[in-house]
Design a protein around this ligand. Structure first.
Ligand code: 3PG
Length: 210
């Protein structure tokens, strides 16, 4: 069995649900709805006070889902997320201290990159799986196509502005493992507890790659 660091976050699901929650209870319902739709992974963003509790609750109550912590923007958050039970880490950008903090956890992680130089710096540090963020604002599919040949070792999870309609063109690229997005968990569906809608959106996303 591979160690956590060797696990490929990019190969678990074709679409990584990027989720913002205000309560751990909502997080558990969302996670269950995603699993029911065939997407057994979630990137829970550390953008709300409820985020760490939400990670703990999903780990406790939703078996079989891979739980990651996203929006890690300060080095100290890497350890906090691991303590809450996160199984992988995602950051929107990358600095030297962030890279070290994420490496220190021993967890797999996706550092955010938006330029060739940032991707090269991550590769120099031995990291080949990267987040490409903000994807649409940073050149989208055309950017990833252009760097596939000069920077072939980098594989990406593009996120930021991607939709159900644009996801297939990203997933068709050789240097894309999965895409990420918040479209699977619309705010109105969460507010009204429409978990079936989230399951439907997850099932559509899961079907993007046979
Ligand atoms: C992220 O952190 O990856 C993004 O906020 C997701 O972007 P989206 O909300 O445009 O899907």
């Amino acid at each position: 069995m591979s160690s956590p660091r060797e696990m490929s976050v990019l190969d678990v699901v074709p679409v990584m649900p990027v989720v913002v929650v205000d309560s751990a209870t909502d997080a558990v319902s969302i996670a269950k709805a995603l699993v029911a739709g065939g997407l057994p992974a979630i990137e829970l963003t550390l953008r709300t006070p409820a985020a760490l509790d939400a990670i703990r609750a999903i780990v406790d109550e939703v078996p079989g889902i891979l739980v990651g912590a996203g929006t890690i923007v300060k080095p100290g958050q890497a350890k906090l997320a691991m303590g809450a039970g996160a199984q992988f880490l995602v950051s929107p950008g990358v600095t030297g201290s962030m890279l070290h903090a994420m490496q220190d956890t021993g967890l797999p992680f996706l550092p955010g990159t938006a330029t060739v130089s940032e991707a090269m710096a991550a590769l120099e540090a031995g990291i080949t799986e990267l987040k490409f963020f903000p994807a649409e604002a940073s050149g989208g599919v055309a950017f990833l196509k252009a760097i596939a040949s000069p920077v072939p070792a980098a594989r990406f999870c593009p996120t930021g502005g991607i939709t159900a309609a644009s996801a297939p063109s990203y997933l068709a690229l050789p240097n894309v493992g999965c895409v990420g997005g918040s479209w699977l968990t619309p705010a109105d569906a969460v507010a009204s507890g429409d978990w079936d809608r989230i399951t439907t959106l997850a099932a559509e996303a899961a079907a993007l790659v046979p």
